[in-house]
Design a protein around this ligand. Structure first.
Ligand code: GLY
Length: 375
């Protein structure tokens, strides 16, 4: 049997599962599951709202199944609420409008979608702190003692594409310069010498000096939260894709090498690579999926053949293990595609459940493997 036959089978399973789930999903914006059922975020400005429509677009792109397109468009329309109200939106406008409006514009050329994504990009650019050279993450902070006016988090690295895209769309290099300034701060302040990654850096919001590191969703300030690592791997690869500046590719490979070196035998990371560990320590399949999709991007972008193979093979091992050991294809009691996601272990929230971003990046990574079979 062809060693890649599993990709075709898994893709068919994913399509079938999402067809079923989408018919029974009565909520607007799935976030995480409780007892196998997706819960609505109830916050139209939450960072997760783009993942479900984004996942539907990825499948529509390959399968041309029109109900997915209709649903994705409908969800995107609903997101005009937070965009118009403005005051609650934050740095994750990238996650929110890249996978929805940017995607719809790419696939269907809808000008309204283009305008939405450009407005989101303008908002993100306005969050730039000129002295600290970082994008301000949030408007308020209920998580720890950090002053939100000076707080930057690794997750922002994934929001930079909307700025690079806006620079191209409007022939306005200022968006790209802001994205690169933030990406350079990530390289300097978030990625450690060994390739592990900090979650939160608090800057003095006036002077721009670093004040403190916070553990955030990781175990502590010196630990290595695995989803944060996946945001860095994938986000730095995206920065290289848009800028072709080698330092971003180097950073993507350095953080990927650390990630790969920490994986247990089944290739699926624990929630924090440096948290105390026993057989009950939660895994995080969302970190696995996002890192794997990012590693396929690295493999596409790097020129050296051995490196290409290294990152493709690591990504394939992760995706195959997700598909073989953590998928729910035939389980009607699970609405998610992947079990064993971990949202926020320090706060005891969303542990051992499906996470919509885990499902999204799994489908994204699998769709890239399907492209390779077809290409
Ligand atoms: N962006 C928040 C998280 O990764 O949980």
């Amino acid at each position: 049997m062809n060693k890649n036959a599993w990709v075709t089978t898994a893709w068919a399973d994913i399509f079938k599962k999402i067809k079923a789930t989408s018919q029974e999903m009565t909520i607007d914006f799935p976030s995480m599951t409780e007892s196998g059922v997706y819960q609505n975020t109830h916050k139209p400005w939450a960072w997760v709202v783009g993942f479900w429509p984004g996942l539907l677009w990825l499948l529509y792109e390959k399968e041309s199944y029109k109900p997915f397109m209709d649903m994705a468009i409908d969800r995107e329309d609903t997101m005009d609420g937070p965009l118009d109200e403005y005051v609650d939106i934050h740095h994750d406008v990238g996650f929110m409008w890249q996978l929805t409006s940017m995607k719809q514009y790419e696939l269907l050329g809808n000008d309204l979608s283009r305008t939405r994504a450009l407005r989101a990009a303008s908002h993100l650019a306005s969050r730039f702190n000129i002295n600290g050279r970082f994008l301000t993450a949030w408007n308020k902070n209920d998580v720890n003692s950090a002053d939100p006016r000076g707080l930057s988090i690794i997750d922002s690295t994934m929001n930079l594409p909307i700025l690079y895209w806006a620079a191209e769309q409007l022939d306005a290099p200022r968006f790209k310069l802001i994205a690169m300034a933030h990406a350079d701060t990530v390289l300097k302040e978030f990625i450690r010498e060994d390739g592990s990654v900090r979650h939160m850096v608090e800057f003095d919001f006036l002077s721009g000096e670093v004040k403190k590191h916070h553990g955030g969703q990781g175990y502590n300030q010196d630990s290595a939260w695995s989803r944060g690592a996946s945001w860095a791997i994938h986000g730095c690869a995206l920065s290289y894709q848009y800028t072709k500046e080698p330092r971003y590719l180097d950073a993507a490979m350095k953080t990927a090498d650390f990630f790969i070196s920490q994986l247990p035998e089944d290739h699926i990371p624990h929630w924090d690579f440096r948290a105390p560990r026993d057989e009950n320590t939660p895994r995080d399949t969302s970190a696995a999926a996002c890192a794997a999709s990012g590693m396929i991007l690295i493999s596409d972008l790097v020129e050296d053949t051995e490196l290409k193979e290294r990152y493709l093979s690591a990504a394939t091992n992760i995706l195959k293990s997700l598909s073989d050991n953590y998928s729910t294809y035939d389980d009607p009691n699970q609405q998610g595609l992947l079990i064993a996601g971990a949202f926020n272990c320090p706060q005891g929230l969303g542990i051992n459940c499906s996470l919509i971003y885990g499902d999204y990046y799994f489908v994204e990574g699998m769709s890239k493997l399907v492209d390779r079979l077809q290409g």
